[in-house]
Ligand binder design. Structure first.
Ligand SMILES: O=C(O)C1=C[C@@H](OP(=O)(O)O)[C@@H](O)[C@H](O)C1
Ligand SMILES: C=C(OP(=O)(O)O)C(=O)O
Length: 410
């Protein structure tokens, strides 16, 4: 097994981190581009494996689309392949085949698609036979499992002959990602209305557009956390905008409470240390990918914060609640469920001399625990797991003066 040793370090100079591009924006722009007649100019696409997988599948168009562990690639391409009336098998890693897709398949079937499950009902792998004819212009989709099903349906909606009216049912999670989808579609010339639970996208054409992908706010969160946990330093994060399409820009408000001041400047955002105001409670319903970063930060900073809105974490790259609980325990911290779906961070009081973090095939487990190096030596198992969203993460740690060392262990 490969591990990465991160020596303890808690003082940082004035450092500029280039940051990767957003995989969420990239994967939307790629699907829209594939649906557009005419030439778009899309720049700054993500180096993330999830995006590179989508580029490769769209370019090579093999009969089997193996998306590996990329949720957006699986969900967005399932809708894309269907609407473009292709015959295709959609599959992915063993974990991807445990991540539900039934809500999206039901939505596509309800407008006339022919899709079959090749193994377990409700889960990939799927055999798609296309959409011979759109039989309905209305669909109901529950919003509490994954917003990616809704984004997938929204992006194909303009090219459907009858357009699409989507009624969102129940609680809607990750709503910021639905907003990102619609705002991005609007930049490609699409008009829509969203009233209460109803989103209506009439039939229309995507317009050729120039679109530059912004840096990734989810990836930026680990640098906010590093500074929050450090004794001193100043970081400049490149390519972030104050008015972002990404809901994970909420990290600015969260970290304002955890001791990081953000100042937007030309070309990015400057992070400086300030006093810790304290984080009492946060709802992660609309920014689930920040939960691991903030849980680790609170555990390190001695913040007994209450977390809600973590339900979707159980069906991501791993069961992130279980994974966090296991790894926080290694430095005597906890994520305790005090009532159903209400969690409290119980911070660490004693820190071991070294902590080895298991990463559960989840990029965010590796990156979220990196800031622990401000308090002790950290050993990260399977460091390449970061490639899913942030392949240059360890290189950027090097820019920050963290002298990591790869180790081969049995
Ligand atoms: O649409 C997107 O780009 C994403 C939506 C979110 O998923 P859910 O909607 O499943 O919460 C998020 O966790 C994921 O990393 C990216
Ligand atoms: C959940 C994530 O991605 P996806 O659902 O697209 O696999 C993530 O990047 O944290």
């Amino acid at each position: 097994m490969q591990t990465l040793r991160l020596p303890q370090k808690s003082e940082f100079d004035s450092i500029r981190i280039p940051l990767p591009s957003s995989k969420s924006e990239s994967n939307r722009a790629l699907v829209i581009d594939a649906l557009t007649e005419g030439k778009n100019e899309i720049s700054n696409l993500a180096e993330a494996r999830d995006t590179q997988t989508m580029i490769r599948l769209l370019e090579k168009n093999p009969p089997v689309f193996d998306v590996l562990d990329a949720g957006t690639t699986m969900r967005f391409l399932t809708a894309y392949v269907t609407v473009t009336n292709q015959k295709k098998v959609m599959t992915g890693t063993a974990r991807m085949c445990e991540r539900p897709i039934g809500i999206l398949v039901d939505a596509l079937r309800s407008i006339g698609a022919e899709i079959h499950y090749l193994n377990k009902e409700g889960y990939p792998p799927l055999a798609i036979h296309g959409l011979p004819q759109q039989t309905s212009g209305k669909v109901k989709i529950r919003g509490d499992v994954s917003s990616q099903y809704i984004s997938a349906m929204l992006m194909i909606a303009p090219v459907l002959p009858l357009g699409l009216e989507i009624e969102l049912e129940g609680k809607v999670g990750s709503q910021t990602y639905i907003e990102m989808t619609l705002e991005l579609m609007a930049q490609f010339g699409i008009e829509y209305t969203w009233k209460n639970n109803n989103i209506h996208v009439p039939h229309q054409s995507y317009q050729p557009t120039q679109f530059a992908v912004e840096s990734d706010w989810s990836g930026a969160s680990y640098w906010f956390s590093l500074l929050a946990c450090a004794d001193s330093g100043e970081l400049f994060l490149e390519g972030l905008k104050e008015n972002s399409l990404q809901g994970d820009s909420a990290i600015v408000d969260i970290m304002d409470l955890l001791g990081v001041k953000s100042t937007f400047k030309k070309g990015g955002v400057l992070l400086q240390k300030q006093e810790v105001k304290g984080l009492k409670k946060w709802d992660f319903t609309h920014c689930p990918d920040l939960a691991q970063t903030v849980a680790v930060t609170c555990a390190i900073l001695g913040q007994n914060a209450t977390f809600i809105g973590l339900e979707s974490l159980r069906i991501k790259e791993t069961d992130r609640i279980y994974a966090l609980q296991q790894e926080l325990a290694k430095f005597n911290a906890e994520l305790r469920e005090i009532e159903p779906e209400v969690f409290q961070v119980i911070p660490s009081v004693t820190m071991p001399n070294s902590v080895q973090i298991h990463t559960y095939e989840d990029h965010r487990m590796a990156m979220a625990f990196m800031p622990l190096l401000t308090k002790t030596e950290v050993i990260i198992e399977d460091p390449e797991v970061v490639n899913k969203s942030y392949p240059s993460f360890w290189k950027h740690c090097g820019i920050a003066g963290i002298n990591s060392e790869i180790q081969e262990t049995l």
